[in-house]
Design a protein around this ligand. Structure first.
Ligand code: FES
Length: 157
């Protein structure tokens, strides 16, 4: 059964789409809007957005799977995205990820039982000069080691 989307969400989508000469051009802002309201862009949301904007579902899938800021399933309150690209790998992203997995008791792609933390890996965050880097929700953190991670996580409690 497909989920019901609120009248309010549909109205907001119409308002965003009306700013563009073609509805389909509003795809990125509409995806952000839907993710904010629903929590993620699963296959159901992809179909919904495609239908509302008059796009092929595959077009929406291509965009959602290209940009790592779109979540395909719900995440915890804090989404930790550890960069696994070259600069970060050379400067300790692997041990950092091992440390986080052990500290949080989850593997990459999992959420802690209390729903607070989801651990993911991503390609370059564009913060290579701060390697190894991660993002927690929309905040960047760099030059990380176990001690610094501990302090950051404690500050989130
Ligand atoms: S390689 Fe990690 S931020 Fe660029």
């Amino acid at each position: 059964m497909s989920p019901e989307y609120s009248v309010s969400l549909r109205r907001k989508i119409d308002e965003v789409a009306a700013r563009y000469p073609k509805k389909g051009a509003a795809l990125l802002p509409v995806l952000h809007l839907v993710q904010r309201e629903v929590g993620c862009i699963s296959a159901e949301e992809e179909r919904f957005v495609a239908q509302v904007l008059g796009l092929r579902p595959m077009k929406v899938r291509e965009v959602v799977t290209f940009y790592t800021m779109f979540l395909r399933r719900p995440v915890g309150k804090y989404h930790l995205q550890v960069c696994s690209n070259l600069s970060c790998s050379l400067l300790g992203a692997g041990p950092l990820l091992d440390y986080l997995q052990q500290k949080l008791g989850v593997r990459v792609g999992e959420t802690t039982a209390d729903g607070r933390f989801t651990l993911s890996t991503v390609e370059c965050l564009g913060a290579c000069e701060q390697a190894p880097s991660l993002m927690i929700n929309f905040d960047y953190h760099g030059q990380l080691d176990g001690e610094k991670i501990d302090r950051i996580l404690e500050s989130l409690e």
